[in-house]
Design a protein around this ligand. Structure first.
Ligand SMILES: NC(=O)c1ccc[n+]([C@@H]2O[C@H](COP(=O)([O-])OP(=O)(O)OC[C@H]3O[C@@H](n4cnc5c(N)ncnc54)[C@H](O)[C@@H]3O)[C@@H](O)[C@H]2O)c1
Length: 317
């Protein structure tokens, strides 16, 4: 990995696209003590980005800022080439469209410093297609975060066909170095890994509404007040390891495996998000939310997340 920079030498990070995910990433990088060079093509993006960071900063303070962290250490650029010209790492957060991402890569391909890695936040695009034909393609990886990236630790790192394997190792190490929890995804599949897990659960949650198994509120409780509590602590396989009692995973598989297998055999239906099913979901959530606006719910989520993250940090062995 000699050709990539020492992690401690990186001072400035480029953020391309500063919407929901880009502004959140920028907040995280600033809180970790980096300078940020940003670019976005929309009118008024600088003000929206600053407002996002101002709003999220108290949460970053609650989680602990790196020495010297400065929420104003941002430079705003007029072109993506300018924003990446002097940075040690780039996080790309352009809209989730292949052509938009490729047009952007075309604009920075020659400007990206020769040892700088570009990591795309893409939720579902395939890097092999995104990077095809660019001179710096070897340094393009997927670094997929979960919303909001300034709070959720997970980053899924995926290589494309032209990605230098050392660039993947470097990126995983870099994300971990700055306090994220990076995982390596070995194959390119739509939705990477975590979104596929999420999609599998949400499919059942949508079917439960479609088939009138329970109310939207009770379906939420079935996860948030039940298995979701355990999944957040240890993940699905480790929790199953404990479902078999002292006999562990082997006993769980022997005991519950056949039943689970027979349930899987009934799980063949894909719900269609028709207008009526979509309305049932939207109305069910609105009823449960009551007076709480999206802002209120985001605030509730983030406050709870901070407590959960603090607790997990304190209790991790
Ligand atoms: N929203 C999520 O939950 C989530 C989670 C993880 C990853 N992502 C990924 O992050 C990326 C950005 O998604 P988002 O939710 O922030 O979208 P968004 O619409 O909130 O933000 C996109 C930003 O890109 C800007 N933009 C428009 N054209 C552009 C261009 N040609 N080049 C660069 N920027 C351009 C827009 O002005 C906007 O500020 C996507 O690849 C998405 O898949 C999203």
């Amino acid at each position: 990995m000699a050709q990539y920079p020492n992690y401690d030498s990186i001072r400035r990070i480029g953020v391309l696209g500063t919407g929901t995910i880009g502004s959140s990433w920028a907040t995280y990088f600033l809180a970790q003590g980096f300078q940020v060079s940003a670019w976005d093509p929309a009118d008024g993006w600088q003000d929206r980005m600053v407002a996002f960071i101002d709003n999220a900063w108290p949460h970053m303070e609650a989680l602990g800022l790196a020495p010297g962290a400065d929420k104003t250490a941002i430079s705003f650029h007029d072109s993506p080439g300018d924003a990446v010209a002097d940075v040690g790492f780039v996080q790309e957060n352009a809209p989730e469209k292949m052509q938009v991402k490729r047009d952007l890569y075309r604009r920075i391909d020659n400007a990206l410093p020769e040892k700088t890695i570009l990591s795309s936040s893409t939720s579902g695009l395939i890097m092999s297609d995104m990077q095809d034909g660019f001179a710096s393609a070897g340094r393009f990886v997927v670094g997929h975060p979960f919303n909001p990236p300034h709070l959720i630790p997970l980053v899924e790192v995926v290589a494309g066909k032209d990605t230098d394997p050392a660039a993947v190792d470097w990126s995983i190490g870099f994300y971990n170095h700055i306090g994220k929890h990076a995982i390596r995804i070995n194959k390119e599949v739509p939705g990477h890994l975590a979104n596929r897990l999420q999609a599998a659960l949400w499919r059942e949650a949508v079917l439960a509404v479609k088939n009138d198994l329970a109310s939207v509120e009770d379906i939420n409780a079935a996860v948030a007040q039940g298995p979701g509590l355990r999944w957040a602590l240890m993940g699905p396989h480790m929790i199953m390891n404990l479902a078999g009692g002292k006999g562990g995973f082997r006993q769980m598989i022997d005991h519950f495996g056949p039943g689970m297998q027979s349930w899987w055999e009934t799980m063949t239906e894909n719900p269609e998000l028709t207008p009526s099913l979509s309305n049932a979901l939207i109305e069910g959530v609105a009823e449960e939310a009551g007076e709480r606006s999206i802002n209120d719910l985001e605030e509730e989520r983030d406050e709870r997340l901070i407590r959960l993250l603090t607790m997990l940090k304190e209790t991790t062995r």
